[in-house]
Design a protein around this ligand. Structure first.
Ligand code: SF4
Length: 204
């Protein structure tokens, strides 16, 4: 055997293996959401809605929630009815259009959103098991895949660095640890700090 040559390991293609891994991780996140139903017995969709409304804490129309969560109007309507019934979301007339309604978190809804923002075990332990290099590589890969899926309209738009007008990739080639620049914060940063949902994002 030629010791200098890389060995071909037979098996399924790597892209298939990656998609299998991502599917398993998605399953773990969903199972964790069901287990994290909390005192109000939230479904994963209800939890996603609270988290979305807490994002920049401003009134939102139901259509915005439907688009952001890639759901359907009847499904979100049902979840919203449950959330208002639980006293977590309030409904008010839209100041800009008297025929429309906007949705906001109540104080209890804000408290629930804060509880949901704490990453539960064992997801926290799984992320902590990554070394900084792997974490940065996974963030970079996730951002690339999400941008591709967004361009193909396969997922809703996320507020990611790679689609942000403030993002300057590789603006600091002299610093491999922090090669990118955020014009909003006027600060350099590395792959490990790439944001996938940033409140200061503005589309490029
Ligand atoms: S504003 Fe947020 S999304 Fe935009 S480049 Fe800066 S950190 Fe990234």
């Amino acid at each position: 055997m030629d010791v200098g040559q890389p060995v071909e390991v037979p098996g399924p293609p790597r892209d298939e293996q990656l998609l299998t891994g991502l599917a398993r991780l998605g399953q773990a996140v969903r199972m964790s959401a069901w287990r994290n139903a909390g005192p109000y017995g939230l479904t994963p969709l209800q939890a996603d809605i609270l988290t979305f409304l807490a994002g920049d804490d401003r009134p939102r129309r139901q259509g915005e929630v439907v688009a952001a969560l890639a759901s359907t109007a009847p499904t979100v309507s049902d979840a919203m009815r449950a959330l208002t019934g639980k006293g977590l979301v309030g409904k008010a007339r839209d100041a800009a259009d008297a025929r429309a309604f906007v949705l906001t978190l109540t104080d209890a809804g804000r408290e629930e959103a804060a509880r949901l923002s704490v990453v539960p075990e064992p997801l926290r332990a799984a992320v902590a098991a990554l070394d900084p290099g792997d974490l940065a590589a996974m963030l970079r890969g996730a951002a690339t895949m999400m941008r591709e899926l967004q361009e193909r309209r396969a997922i809703p738009i996320s507020r990611m660095c790679v689609t942000c007008r403030f993002y300057r990739p590789d603006a600091h080639p002299e610093d491999p640890e922090r090669p990118h620049h955020c014009m909003f914060a006027d600060a350099p940063f590395g792959d490990g700090e790439l944001r996938l949902d940033c409140p200061d994002h503005e589309p490029a």
